[in-house]
Design a protein around this ligand. Structure first.
Ligand SMILES: Cc1ncc(COP(=O)(O)O)c(C=O)c1O
Length: 347
């Protein structure tokens, strides 16, 4: 088949899937989240759906009730909230709303792959800053992306730790637990130049629902995103919005997310302790989220060292960085963390 109709920018998009990093039988799969669903998700699935919702697109900005619920969690007005198809669409809209082609996008490295790929598709001039560490002050026109807790390292950053100027900042807090003081601190420090990207894929653990959020105290920014979204995807699935609304308003969800958060803290502590006991591995500083990022000492390859020990993560090149690093996801059943920690300590 001829490839001549494919644009250079389309041809240059890099997309990985977990299938590229096979898990041999009997090995531990720490590539992504394998933790159980929240009970309130299972319960919400048994509730009747409002079938009439399917007979209309609904509000492009998102169902008002869901925006009100998210607005009360994020301390933002519902007019500043746009319900999106996952965090990915929120990120795409955020980049398009705040830049012109050729502007600089200052992105974390290593980083969630969507940052680089979507910025390049939006014809932005991509520059990087190292994580752990804050982005440097920049005099260039453009946008800075901060990911906190950061995928893949788990490092966290707050607005008060950032050099502020008039440039827009996209805060991707997809991996932050709602209902934490950290989230309140972050939203309290937001300015009119800030946008927040959030996803229900992570701590709420419903990636298949494809519900995310773009939010800003600047309602003009939200309105600009809604105009673009009308032509990108129209509204987000109304069934999924019903599901997420039911989960977020269920009385037990807050407590269940807190428990999940505490379990992740415990898993992080156990894996970090095991890595500290190992001779060959070191871990980047981390204090949140669902991932850890490991390197090997003395020029060795952490991805290969762990895979040979039957722990499969994702290599650093997926995150645009050193291929010899490895990202391990700590959102696993307890017995997987126990087994992984026992192996890591011996390496
Ligand atoms: C930092 C970050 N932002 C955004 C996304 C995209 O979220 P979603 O899966 O809801 O599209 C992800 C997904 O892994 C992510 O890790």
């Amino acid at each position: 088949m001829s490839t001549t109709v494919i644009s250079k920018r389309a041809a240059s998009v890099v997309a990985h899937s977990y299938d590229e990093f096979a898990v041999p039988s009997g090995a531990l799969d720490l590539r992504g989240d394998n933790s159980p669903l929240l009970d309130t998700v299972t319960t919400a699935l048994t509730q009747p759906v409002v079938a009439n919702d399917l007979a209309s697109y609904g509000d492009v900005q998102g169902d008002l009730r869901l925006r009100q619920v998210l607005g009360s969690i994020f301390n933002l007005p519902p007019e500043g909230i746009v319900i999106t198809n996952g965090g990915s669409e929120a990120l795409h809209l955020a980049l398009l709303c705040t830049t012109e082609p050729g502007d600089q996008a200052l992105l974390p490295t290593p980083g969630f792959p969507g940052f680089d790929q979507l910025a390049a598709l939006a014809a932005l001039d991509v520059a990087h800053y190292r994580v752990p560490g804050p982005p440097p002050a920049t005099s260039n026109t453009g946008v800075t992306v901060v990911c906190s807790p950061h995928n893949p390292t788990g490092a966290c950053l707050l607005p008060t730790q950032l050099h502020r100027d008039e440039q827009p900042v996209i805060w991707d807090i997809s991996h932050m637990s709602p209902y934490t003081p950290q989230l309140r601190q972050l939203t309290a420090g937001l300015t009119d130049h800030d946008l927040v990207v959030f996803s229900t894929s992570k701590l709420l653990r419903v990636p298949g629902a494809r519900i995310g959020m773009l939010a800003s105290a600047n309602t003009d920014l939200a309105a600009a995103a809604v105009a673009i979204k009308t032509h990108l995807s129209m509204s987000a699935s109304r069934l999924s919005q019903q599901l997420v609304t039911a989960v977020l308003t269920a009385p037990d969800t807050r407590q269940q997310v807190r428990v999940r958060h505490a379990i992740l803290d415990d898993h992080r502590r156990r894996i970090v302790t095991a890595v500290a006991a190992s001779h060959r591995l070191i871990v980047d500083p981390c204090d949140g989220g669902t991932h850890l990022y490991l390197h090997a000492r003395c020029g060795q390859d952490a991805y290969t060292v762990t895979r040979d020990a039957r722990i499969v993560g994702l290599p650093g090149h997926v995150f645009g960085a050193d291929p010899s690093a490895v990202r391990l996801c700590i959102a696993q059943p307890d017995k997987v963390i126990q087994a992984a920690a026992a192996i890591l300590a011996t390496l």
